[in-house]
Design a protein around this ligand. Structure first.
Ligand SMILES: Cc1cc2nc3c(=O)[nH]c(=O)nc-3n(C[C@H](O)[C@H](O)[C@H](O)COP(=O)(O)OP(=O)(O)OC[C@H]3O[C@@H](n4cnc5c(N)ncnc54)[C@H](O)[C@@H]3O)c2cc1C
Length: 434
């Protein structure tokens, strides 16, 4: 059986590796000149940067974590304790916000706590769960946390009216602190949220991309066709034709809107659904600094627009001692956008914001570099579910399998992409060969 894997991000490469173990005749097509997708990294003058914002290795799934750490065993890893925070009007507040109320000015702390308890009370009295994300924030967190953190942060990252978004994605993504923890944190007793990320890993050398290189290392280079974009995918009476070559099965991990451009014979309503699936893009901006790292923090969230265009800044030189030359350090800012972004302006505003917030001094900045990522975040608009159902039903009828963050339109981190590839390969071993 000949299998075509479309896309060479971590999902496609993991699948190739696992099918290779089953001695399947596979070929992987990747548009870019190298593998990695959103997991790619760059090294500029000795500074290592992840192209899609600072990436960390973590997983709740031991098999997946072992697989990923195994891929970088030779290169080595650096282990860190997660120290993330929110930059709140000139001060750090522990992340998640509701676990950091004690760090707020007293009046803000009071407003957040009372409205959190009022919201808890209303829910216990049966207040129905709203279907749009804006009202859901008020229902779940109360007005204080909603207006001081959730609204500005989410407006910055999604670039979408929060009332137009659904709540389909929040489970496991928006922290869900018990009320007792929030009261503890408000009176100054430390509590931890997001415990599964308390410790994380990062490749010692070469950035996050080293993982993908490690997964791909044993694979035959001629099967990994880089610089080979899919131009056409046609269903035949039996099998498929990918760029004119015949295969028995096709597994696509390329973003669904890109898949929609290459499939033939999709009815108009399916083509329209493919073309209008919502997403935002992210620019990753490396700011190289002429000084050693001054703190042990991992990353900082910036909810307020007056701080700068970025929603998150990573202390990337803390992720590995080899991420910056000796006595130098670097920050990486993430700026989401829709459509286009002006690189010079984004870099200028990022540096100005970092200087304003005291994260860098103008004279320390050696250089900035920006990388664009078209498909960064799925935007869970209220019509997404319907569009996805249209697209996925049609793809299932065609027998085309889909996997991955944008391949299947799942809000997946790379560990979940690896898990999806593992599950697919296991099912393939059971039945896919027939
Ligand atoms: C800002 C940000 C921070 C993140 N942080 C983390 C983190 O800390 N830890 C973590 O584990 N995950 C993190 N993630 C998620 C992680 O990056 C993704 O889950 C993962 O990289 C998705 O892999 P994928 O293979 O599914 O898709 P992609 O990486 O998008 O791969 C798809 C591939 O398809 C290729 N392609 C597209 N069109 C075509 C075509 N026509 N023909 C051929 N090839 C094509 C693309 O070039 C690409 O290589 C983060 C993501 C973002 C955006």
């Amino acid at each position: 059986m000949k299998v075509a894997i479309l896309g060479g991000g971590i999902t496609g490469v993991t699948l190739a590796r696992l099918l290779d173990r089953q001695e399947v005749d596979w070929t992987l097509y990747e548009a870019d000149d190298r593998l990695g997708g959103l997991c790619r990294s760059e090294t500029v003058d000795g500074f290592v940067a992840d192209r899609a914002g600072g990436h960390i290795i973590f997983s709740k799934n031991k098999e997946v974590l072992d697989f990923i750490l195994g891929a970088v065993a030779e290169a080595g890893t650096h282990q860190s304790q997660r120290k993330s925070a929110i930059w709140y009007h000139g001060n750090y507040v522990q992340y998640p916000f509701e676990n950091g109320l004690g760090d707020l000015p007293k009046e803000d702390n009071f407003q957040c706590l009372t409205s959190y308890i009022e919201a808890e009370f209303a829910r216990r009295m049966g207040a129905p769960q709203p279907r749009n994300f804006r009202d859901w924030c008020l229902w779940r967190f109360g007005e204080g946390i909603a207006t001081k953190f959730m609204f500005p942060y989410n407006e910055k990252i999604w670039k979408t009216d929060l009332a137009e978004m659904s709540t389909q994605w929040v489970a496991g993504r928006v922290p869900d602190a018990p009320v007792a923890d929030v009261i503890r944190s408000s009176v100054g007793i430390r509590t931890e949220g997001y415990k599964h990320q308390a410790i994380f890993w990062y490749p010692l050398e070469g950035g996050f991309e080293t993982i993908v290189k490690g997964i791909a290392a044993p694979l035959a280079a001629e099967r990994l066709r880089t610089s080979t974009p899919i131009r056409s995918l046609r269903r035949l009476q039996s099998g498929y034709e990918v760029n004119g070559e015949r295969f028995d099965r096709v597994v696509s991990t390329i973003p669904l809107p890109e898949l929609g451009k290459v499939v033939t014979d999709a009815p108009d309503e399916v083509a329209a659904a493919f073309a209008t699936l919502p997403f935002t893009s992210v620019a990753s901006i490396l700011v190289a600094l002429d000084r050693p790292e001054e703190c042990d923090r991992s990353w900082i969230y910036f909810p307020h627009p007056e701080n700068g265009p970025f929603n998150r800044v990573t202390h990337i030189s803390n992720y590995s001692p080899r991420n910056a030359p000796p006595d130098k350090s670097a920050l990486m800012a993430e700026v989401t956008y829709k459509g286009e972004i002006d690189a010079d302006e984004a870099c200028r505003e990022t540096v100005a914001g970092l200087v304003r917030c005291g994260f860098a001094r103008e004279e320390e900045v050696l250089f900035t570099r920006l990388w664009r990522n078209k498909y960064a975040y799925i935007v869970y608009t209220r019509d997404l579910e319907e569009k996805l159902a249209t697209v996925k039903t049609w793809l299932a009828e065609q027998g085309i399998d889909i996997l991955g963050r944008f391949g299947n339109y799942d809000y997946f981190n790379s560990d979940q992409c690896v898990k999806a590839a593992m599950d697919f390969a296991a099912a393939f071993a059971e039945s896919g060969r027939s």
